[in-house]
Design a protein around this ligand. Structure first.
Ligand SMILES: Nc1nc2c(ncn2[C@@H]2O[C@H](COP(=O)(O)OP(=O)(O)OP(=O)(O)O)[C@@H](O)[C@H]2O)c(=O)[nH]1
Length: 306
């Protein structure tokens, strides 16, 4: 291993292995290559102990997982460990030299598959390094697919996830959030009069203004076209959120410089409360959307509650 390779160095490696002899062997192999600079190894013997350790100590860099554990076997062990920790690279270690099983494990989320007794220290370190890189690549792809190319904002799917979390929080602790649905007024006219690139510039400026107008803990998403949504977690009331929405309307109405011209749009905003009675995220979005249409019908450039 050379220093140029992107080995994980922080946190710890987790070995989940019920057989003490196999565990000692893996520890010895990693101990043979201190120059690889890998983080220290932690060892547990059951899937349940692995899940507990991962919850209590979040710094895990990669998991070395034996599939035949006392409390779970086969792919169940893999699912038990990755269910709440899909960001972790996992290398399956097994005594069963079966290609279909290896393919199943990799198809179910493991990054590599090593047969016990058939690898040396260098191969193990190499597997950890490559599994880590593969996982980083996977996560980067997922992250990119959840973001809108034009504005860089999260897309609808990510917003729905965050709305779901806000609903759970409201049910658990009674803490409310507010969902805002923003639709630009007069946007089609920008495309028609100045071209699609000008429209794109307006959408990018809108995204920047929305992000600048709320706290970093709030979420801003592009739902599509000229529609955006904001989730203000822990917003105490619709009154408080309306003050935020009014400021957003003012900032969105300010002219946008583009190729020596000034472009201007407005916006209509619908709001709805996310409280303990909130139904599904989709229903909340529909309600905020309906409130936004109410604002359009009432003359545009305003905020309406649902
Ligand atoms: N430039 C650009 N235009 C887009 C994009 N996505 C959707 N559009 C256009 O956005 C426009 C949205 O239409 P409308 O919502 O009716 O536009 P509007 O003039 O704001 O209408 P009101 O909401 O009634 O004020 C359509 O002309 C779409 O073609 C995009 O990514 N870039």
């Amino acid at each position: 291993m050379t220093a140029a390779q992107p080995a994980p160095t922080a946190g710890y490696l987790l070995l989940v292995e019920d057989n003490p002899g196999d565990a000692r062997l893996t520890q010895a192999l990693l101990g043979d290559l201190p120059a690889a600079g890998l983080p220290p190894l932690r060892w547990v013997q059951t899937a349940a102990a692995a899940v507990t350790l991962l919850q209590q100590e979040p710094g895990c860099a990669a998991v070395l997982l034996d599939l035949g554990l006392p409390d779970s076997t086969g792919l169940e062990s893999l699912q038990a460990v990755t269910r709440e920790h899909h960001h972790l690279p996992v290398i399956v270690l097994t005594g069963n030299d079966s290609a279909p099983m290896g393919l199943d494990a990799v198809g179910s989320g493991a990054q590599d598959f090593l047969v016990k007794g058939h690898f040396d220290a260098a191969a193990l370190v190499r597997s950890i390094v490559f599994a880590t890189q593969r996982k980083r690549g996977e996560l980067a792809l997922v992250e990119r697919s959840l973001r809108d190319d034009l504005t860089g904002l999260p897309r609808r799917t990510l917003l729905l996830d965050r709305l779901q979390a806000a609903c759970r929080q409201a049910r658990r602790s009674g803490e409310t959030s507010v969902l805002l649905f923003v639709d630009l007024d007069g946007f089609k006219q920008i495309n028609d009069a100045h071209g699609h690139d000008a429209g794109d510039a307006v959408l990018r400026a809108t995204a920047q203004r929305l992000v600048a107008g709320v706290r970093s803990s709030d979420s801003v998403a592009r739902l599509g076209g000229d529609e955006f949504a904001l989730l203000l977690p822990s917003a105490a009331s619709l009154d408080a959120a309306e003050r935020v929405a009014d400021k957003l309307l003012a900032s969105l109405a300010a002219p946008i410089p583009y190729n020596g011209e000034l472009l201007q749009v407005g916006a209509s905003i619908g709001m709805t409360l996310v409280d303990a009675d909130a139904e599904s995220p989709e229903t909340l979005l529909r309600r905020a959307d309906a409130a936004m249409y109410g604002a359009k019908r009432a003359g545009k450039g305003r905020v309406q509650r649902c």
